[in-house]
Design a protein around this ligand. Structure first.
Ligand code: OXD
Ligand code: MN
Length: 606
């Protein structure tokens, strides 16, 4: 290409033009020119990812007020609009014909609307362009992505959360495209439009789950690529757990139900997303990200010592929607620190006892307040997160926030049983990471319902086939840290360490199990040994019986609900219904013998 179109050339410094020229990437130039013509920024800055770029982006973010400096010079705070504090489900749609459970809009109509809102949205602003690789840059499975935005906060976040890869865009390589504008913060005109052809448009929002394209917006695109390409793109952490050797497991939990805390208990590879591929018959996983955008509510030094340390040392942190205290430090609810008298939060000036227009108390920090940090800040980071070959997955955990039904940990009979009755049957209490009411139970297969971009039937078909093509499929576990008895929660927060250790021992053939209709559960003797060994605690038989009693009636109701859901979807694979039917029959057998519940000791002696 000889010269760039005038629209682009006129907005680039000669230094930037020269850089872009060196890439010889016509796809990129065409894309950038189109967006420049659409959004009409004053200037364009290409973010290669150098130290100078980082300094520039940070300085701009402070100058334009998107971030506020804190006492620690490596910390800043960002506030989103009071009505823009979480993922906006209603305003996020796939540009396609109808897909059950997926918010869609007819392509032409949806595209026309979002392009109309984006028109001229960057006037008097600079357009920043970030260049990244999802996954280690030197992995043959990496996916390249470009973010265009007028938000310095978005680019700053991405520089911490992803691997910069400007020079990898050399030649006519293709890439995923994310176009974002803060717009005018007119929440009524907030739109996140996903074109499965490979482009996402987002406007009138800054909350990272809606604006940082590479996070949850990219997930819709990569999930579609994965289903079509026979691999998995999942909402899962990747963790190395210790036993005789390190076992890598993935863990899928809806946001706010224990995924981040689980990933802190082992060697950290990923806290949120995983690409999983079949490599020579083995499931291997990569983290597409290089940082953590985590929920800060409840992070305290006792339960989360590693995250606490990351937030208090000198590494870079962007806090969002916490309380900014007059002394230039921040406070969040659940930190164990005394609540300050006043400060600034997502609603502006805040004081103890502040109420909103409807008379409801305004919390000091939003329940979905966040921290953005680099993976390299974590002392439990496993250097293999940069392994271009990924790590081998030996087990997958599907976890939910369920107060009434699921036992704390159970192992599936086999891949298909686990995929269907554990992953695809997930129901979980709604999180504050999504706008709307918290705590209602929601169907949320593989913790992915918000991000699914193909029909559930296609998605599950791919999942089932993926495991079958492996020479050894990972074992599957269901987890629930939130089971309640009459007197409240049956487990303490640290018990999950024991469940992980049990999984390691199962993989090594050391721990036994008890057969139940819903899978295998741990034996008392193994847990008693592990509670002592891992936590230094005595584990009583009563606790065990209460935690591992199978609530047959509740399980049965759950699987009936799930079956109804899948029956209502046209393309559910017949196998899914067969497995659910078999599961229901099996539970019925036990109901006939034991009634509504069966205790582990009854099972052991039967
Ligand atoms: C997240 C989410 O931010 O799932 O990871 O909401
Ligand atoms: Mn998530």
């Amino acid at each position: 290409m000889e010269v760039f179109p005038e629209s682009l050339r006129g907005r680039l410094s000669s230094f930037m033009s020269n850089k872009l020229y060196q890439l010889h990437n016509t796809n990129l130039v065409t894309f950038l020119s189109d967006i420049v013509e659409l959004c009409e920024p004053d200037s364009v800055y290409l973010v290669e990812g150098t130290r100078e770029d980082l300094e520039y982006v940070k300085r701009k973010a402070l100058e334009n007020g998107e971030e506020i400096p804190l006492l620690n010079r490596n910390h800043t705070v960002h506030f989103d609009h009071p009505l823009d504090q979480a993922r906006a489900r209603e305003d996020t749609f796939i540009l396609s014909g109808k897909i059950p459970f997926v918010n869609t809009r007819p392509r032409e109509e949806g595209l026309k609307e979002v392009l109309g809102i984006l028109k001229g949205s960057m006037k008097n602003r600079e357009m920043l362009v970030g260049f990244y690789s999802l996954g280690p840059v030197n992995s043959k499975h990496r996916i390249l992505a470009v973010q265009v935005t007028d938000s310095t906060y978005v680019i700053h976040s991405e520089m911490m959360l992803y691997r910069s890869a400007f020079w990898e865009f050399s030649g006519n390589v293709d890439f995923l495209r994310f176009v974002h504008s803060r717009g005018t913060q007119d929440i009524k005109r907030r739109r996140i439009a996903i074109d499965l052809g490979g482009t996402v448009y987002s406007v009138n929002t800054t909350y990272a789950g809606n604006s940082v394209g590479l996070k949850k917006l990219a997930l819709r695109l990569t999930l579609n690529m994965a289903v079509n390409g026979g691999w998995l793109s999942e909402h899962m952490a990747i963790i190395g757990i210790d036993g005789e050797r390190t076992h890598y497991v993935t863990a899928s939990f809806p946001s706010g139900s224990g995924k981040t805390s689980t990933s802190m208990l082992g060697k950290l590879i990923s806290d949120d997303l995983a690409f999983i591929r079949n490599v020579d018959g083995k499931a291997r996983a990569w983290n597409p990200e290089a940082g953590v955008f985590g929920i800060i509510h409840g992070i305290n030094p006792k339960d989360d010592p590693i995250i606490w340390e990351v937030l208090h040392k000198d590494d870079e942190v962007i806090f969002s929607n916490v309380l900014l205290k007059p002394d230039g430090t921040v406070y969040w609810d659940g930190s164990g620190e005394p609540e300050p008298e006043k400060g600034v939060n997502f609603t502006g000036e805040w004081w103890k006892g502040k109420r909103d227009g409807e008379g409801k108390p305004v919390p000091a920090s939003h329940p979905n307040a966040r921290f953005t940090v680099r993976l390299t800040s974590f002392r439990n980071l496993d250097p293999r997160y940069e392994d271009p070959e990924g790590v081998e997955v030996e087990a997958m955990i599907f976890g939910v926030k369920d107060y009434n039904t699921l036992v704390p940990i159970a192992e599936a009979f086999d891949w298909a049983h686990g995929v269907v009755t554990m992953g695809a049957s997930m129901e979980s209490a709604r999180t504050s990471a999504v706008l709307g009411k918290s705590d209602e139970m929601e169907f949320n297969p593989m913790a992915l319902l918000d991000f699914i971009s193909v029909s559930l039937g296609m998605y599950l078909r791919n999942y089932l086939d993926f495991g079958r093509r492996l020479s050894k499929s990972p074992r599957i576990y269901s987890a629930n840290y939130f089971l309640k008895g009459e007197k409240g929660f049956l487990n303490s927060k640290e018990d999950k360490r024991v469940w992980l250790r049990w999984i390691a021992e199962r993989l090594e053939g050391k721990a036994g199990s008890i057969l139940t209709p819903i899978g295998y559960i741990p034996k008392y003797d193994d847990l008693s040994r592990l509670f002592y060994h891992v936590l230094g605690k005595d584990y009583s038989r009563e606790s065990y019986e209460a935690q591992f009693t199978i609530r047959l009636k509740a399980y049965k109701e759950k699987f009936k609900r799930i079956k109804d859901i899948y029956m209502s979807v046209d393309d559910t694979p017949a196998e899914v219904i067969e497995i659910l039917d078999k599961q229901l029959l099996e539970i019925d057998k036990y109901v006939r013998e034991f009634g509504d519940r069966v205790t582990p000791s009854q099972l052991e002696s039967s």
